[in-house]
Design a binder for this molecule. Structure first.
Ligand SMILES: Nc1ncnc2c1ncn2[C@@H]1O[C@H](COP(=O)(O)OP(=O)(O)OP(=O)(O)O)[C@@H](O)[C@H]1O
Ligand SMILES: [Mg+2]
Length: 350
């Protein structure tokens, strides 16, 4: 649905230098996908997403949306292509002087539809986003979540194929964020809309994205299915971002306790191994650890962990101390690996 190849764009800085906001980005986003782009402030996310409808014309690269190369289009054709791409924003960008109805009607008025058609479309859209009873209110009379619902209804007015969301939930509290993300997910499913969602929060990615790209200093440094990225992040930045959602690092107090316990160990005791295991899908439900206890006589002490759901799949991360003979440990690790459990040995942090 969306294909970027080697897109780059720079800005002049007030000091007279240049900043490469987007640096050689290539991406493919499939029809019907919810694709997240995550990165820190200044990473180039907004600049990148604005190239997708040529609100920013990149200096280099190609952009295809729905089979068309945007650079090949004349002004009229580009205008039509842009109508296929709706956009929502962090600060909603509603017109204060228009009612909810008037804001959603605006894009339909601009394409010259009759008032009757507009009324029926707007009423459908307001029902879709749960604002059927708020049509005559003004933006200042709405909560942040309601304003974003108006923004979503307006973005959907021209029946777009793609929705771009630039930090659409960043100004909202966690509960409202969840409700707005649920709405986006429902729209994605019911209308088959492709959504490109920019955020700096991994929690948002975790909740609704199918795939994610991690952006840093203008470049995409990692891309993958969300579950895979959570299971095996490839870069330090990704690990840090995931750390906000999944407790990855052992708390210092726990680490201290483990160190003391190992230091006080009497000679001849079996060696202790600090392991982090990550399970996904059906393996979360299998009694693998108790199997290992029974078969190999391993002694486990669970130190830290979390079980969660990502993209409808269970996901668990457990840090534990295993005590057993080398042979029993080897058998245990083989058993776990045989069930696609990822294992990291963490003895180096002790
Ligand atoms: N219109 C502009 N003129 C000059 N520099 C710009 C302009 N827009 C963006 N930049 C610079 O380009 C870089 C990328 O900015 P961008 O807004 O794309 O980042 P972002 O990832 O969206 O950040 P945030 O999370 O804060 O929204 C930054 O260094 C920014 O200062
Ligand atoms: Mg931005």
């Amino acid at each position: 649905m969306i294909e970027l190849s080697h897109v780059s764009h720079s800005f002049r800085t007030p000091a007279g230098g240049t900043v490469r906001a987007v640096d050689d980005v290539s991406l493919q986003i499939a029809q019907g996908e919810i694709f997240g782009i995550i990165g820190r402030s200044g990473a180039g996310k907004s600049t990148l997403v604005r190239t997708l409808n040529l609100l920013t014309r990149p200096e280099q690269g190609q952009i295809r949306v729905d089979g068309r190369n945007l650079f090949d289009l004349d002004e009229d054709a580009l205008l039509r292509a842009r109508r296929q791409i709706g956009m929502i924003f962090q600060h909603f960008n509603l017109l204060a002087s228009r009612t909810v109805y008037g804001n959603v009607a605006l894009p339909l008025e601009l394409v010259g539809l009759s008032p009757k058609v507009i009324a029926s479309e707007v009423n459908n859209l307001l029902a879709l986003v749960g604002l059927a009873d708020e049509a005559e209110r003004y933006p200042h009379q709405l909560s942040g979540g309601q304003k974003q619902r108006v923004g979503i209804a307006r973005a959907l007015a021209n029946n777009p194929k793609v929705l771009l969301s630039d930090e659409a939930t960043s100004a909202l509290d966690p509960e409202t964020t969840r409700a707005i993300l649920d709405l986006l997910k429902r729209i994605n499913r019911e209308l088959g809309l492709t959504i490109v969602l920019i955020t700096h929060e991994m929690q948002v990615v975790k909740q609704i994205c199918d795939r994610v790209a991690v952006m840093d200093a203008g470049r995409i440094i990692e891309t993958g299915r969300v579950l895979d990225v959570f299971r095996s992040p490839q870069t330090d930045l990704t690990r840090t971002l995931i750390g906000d959602v999944i407790a990855h690092e052992l708390p210092p107090t726990v680490l201290d306790r483990v160190r003391r316990r190992i230091a006080s160990r009497t000679d001849g005791a079996a060696p202790e191994r600090l392991l982090r295991l990550s399970f996904a899908g059906d393996d979360v439900d299998r009694p693998l650890l108790s199997d290992a206890v029974k078969r190999f006589g391993v002694d486990f002490n669970i130190l830290h962990g979390q079980i969660d759901e990502i993209q409808g799949q269970a996901f668990a991360s457990l840090t534990l101390l295993a005590r057993a003979s080398e042979e029993a440990i080897r058998g245990t690790l083989d058993l776990l690996r045989g069930h696609d459990v990822r294992i990291e040995e963490l003895n180096h942090v002790l």
